[in-house]
Design a protein around this ligand. Structure first.
Ligand SMILES: [Zn+2]
Length: 293
């Protein structure tokens, strides 16, 4: 090989070496350039810590991460997903102890008590019979049935009554009595409006307080056509106004236009025909039973 050929061979080898080294260097300094995806669909990544795929975010960083909402609605979109809990049932009416002697005709008043522990028999829910202010009120079953008959008769005349109070246990009566007495003006109201526990007709399960429109107020009841109708007809259904106007010195309580007690149709008819207060009638009846002629 002459000298010229050696020089050419040397240059060829140098070029070959240079290309080889360049290729090696460019491979080691390779930069990873991220590639933007144009899809906005969420990417489900397989979280290694969980076997459940987790929705993370899109690979398109220009897009807001998409989160798929959890469907809580029913298949019918017109139906709300809110579950309405059932209405709690009102507590059952008290049940009288076994062998309790019902005192439904007792002349309860300031000087006669049925006792704080007395619970009448056959109490039923008032609202099952007539319109009542609350669904928790209870009344003797016979009284409730007659009240329903009377209410139906009143409706045919365009009159509507609502029961605002019925059976009261002695404990509740005591609370009412304390509140009422704290407010009572002894000069203008010398007779109490609320009886002592044990001395209330409400504890017998036979008495109701009645209100009517438009104000549904006890004090306004005397001015309603419903009151006027009851004055004429309540006895026909076994109900008597316990504390009529002018009876305070006999009954010991203030006049109450709204308070009616069920005594049965026969007794109510007798009271109506004799023209006396129910209190007088029941005291006479109790005396006859105690001392029969
Ligand atoms: Zn009353």
């Amino acid at each position: 090989m002459d000298s010229t050929s050696k020089v050419i061979l040397f240059f060829i080898l140098c070029i070959a070496c240079g290309l080889g080294i360049g290729a090696l260097v460019s491979k080691t300094n390779l930069v990873q350039i991220p590639i933007a995806h144009t899809s906005s669909q969420p990417v489900v990544s397989d979280d290694q810590s969980s076997s459940t795929p987790v929705v993370t975010q899109t690979q398109d960083e220009t897009q807001t991460p998409v989160v798929t909402p959890i469907t809580t609605t029913t298949p019918d979109a017109t139906q709300p997903s809110v579950v309405v809990p059932p209405k709690p049932k009102p507590p059952a009416c008290p049940v009288a102890p076994e062998n309790e002697v019902d005192q439904w005709l007792a002349p309860v008043g300031p000087d006669y008590s049925v006792g704080d522990d007395y619970i009448p028999t056959h109490l039923v829910r008032v609202s099952n019979y007539v319109q009542a202010a609350t669904s928790t009120m209870c009344l003797n079953a016979s009284a409730a049935f007659r009240l329903q008959t009377m209410e139906t008769a009143m409706k045919t005349q365009g009159l509507h009554i609502v029961v605002s109070s019925a059976y009261r246990p002695a404990s509740y009566q005591e609370t009412l009595r304390d509140n009422s007495e704290a407010k009572r003006n002894l000069v203008t109201n010398p007779y109490p409006l609320v009886a002592l526990p044990g001395h209330s007709e409400h504890q017998l399960g036979m008495a109701v307080d009645i209100v009517a429109g438009p104000k549904y107020s006890l004090d306004d009841f005397i001015n309603t056509p419903e009151y006027a109708w009851l004055q004429l007809h309540s006895w026909e259904y076994g109900f008597i106004q316990s504390y009529p106007i002018g009876s305070e010195t006999i009954t010991g309580y203030s006049t109450e236009s709204w308070h009616y007690r069920y005594v049965g149709i026969d007794n109510a008819t007798a009271i109506h025909n004799q023209g006396i207060t129910m209190y007088q009638y029941l005291k006479n009846l109790a005396a006859q039973i105690k001392n029969p002629a």
